[in-house]
Design a protein around this ligand. Structure first.
Ligand SMILES: Cc1ncc(COP(=O)(O)O)c(C=O)c1O
Length: 271
């Protein structure tokens, strides 16, 4: 499972994706190895910090294992670190551990400056020319004014302050989450914008999503995140960042908590 934006992009670019098994630390080395041997991929895309949707954070040891496998099989790693700065503490970015093996992506939209909405990347030296020409052939460049604003804000210390404030606001929302989801089977990591909620056996994912929607709450079905034809878990992803206020989030979570404890309407008979 992965960020649905990647699945859409791969479809557009006619790139075949294969999903590697995940556990509580993200990508499993054994599964990665068997996929490499079977499919001979050119690249591995992953989100080692706050995996979307499962919220997993990969330990430093696991990061090293993944790097070693990819290095041995000449698979380039694409590290999507878009939420990487949100937790107060986290293992080093994979690009710091293996700069020549990793294409690193990050964006201001989850952390310091949501409004600037631009991303940045770091590529291994041997890919620099290819990236330069791909960027020139697609977006050309982003507004230099935006870049200049970001540089000045970073240098003035605003980025650090904005990140601290962002963590504080997320912390408030996480408390609401823990309060309403107490006793439920869910994963959440400090600093995260998402919660991965495994549904009780009496709920099917599609029924739950529809019931929540009827009550005015949008949750993302696991199906959106599934790569190739893997089975979709009976789970949904909740987003803490979308609600306009803590009060709105509180109400939404209260509705979900009530639904989770209720018995779903019986399915209509189909003949
Ligand atoms: C893992 C991941 N990568 C990339 C993106 C896209 O980030 P942006 O909002 O900066 O376009 C998202 C957005 O949710 C995401 O979850």
């Amino acid at each position: 499972m992965c960020y649905p934006g990647l699945i859409t992009l791969a479809k557009q670019l006619k790139i075949e994706l294969k999903g590697v098994a995940l556990d509580e630390q993200g990508i499993c080395p054994d599964s990665l190895l068997s996929h490499i041997e079977k499919y001979h991929p050119k690249a591995l895309y992953l989100t080692p910090t706050l995996q979307n949707p499962t919220t997993a954070i990969m330990s430093e040891a696991r990061r090293q294992q993944i790097i070693d496998i990819c290095r041995a099989h000449q698979v380039i790693i694409i590290e999507d670190d878009v939420c990487g700065l949100l937790p107060d503490q986290r293992p080093p970015a994979m690009v710091e551990m293996a700069p020549q093996q990793v294409i690193y992506l990050n964006s201001f939209s989850k952390g310091a400056f949501k409004g600037l909405r631009f991303a940045y990347l770091h590529t291994p030296a041997h890919l620099q020319t290819a990236f330069n020409s791909a960027i020139r052939g697609s977006v050309w460049n982003i507004s230099p004014l935006l870049v200049d604003v970001a540089i000045q804000w970073i240098q003035a210390g605003f980025a650090d302050k904005a990140l601290i404030e962002q963590r504080r606001l997320i912390g408030q929302r996480a408390q609401l989450l823990h309060h309403h989801m107490a006793g439920m089977d869910y994963s959440y990591q400090e600093g995260g914008l998402h919660c991965w909620l495994r549904l009780p056996a009496n709920w099917r994912c599609s029924q739950f999503v529809a019931a929540a929607q009827q009550h005015g709450v949008e949750v993302a079905s696991a199906e959106h995140f599934v790569v190739d034809n893997q089975a979709s878990p009976n789970a949904v992803r909740l987003s803490l960042g979308q609600a306009e206020s803590n009060q709105q989030l509180d109400q939404g979570l209260a509705i979900l908590a009530k639904l989770l404890k209720a018995t779903p309407e019986p399915k209509r008979q189909l003949f």
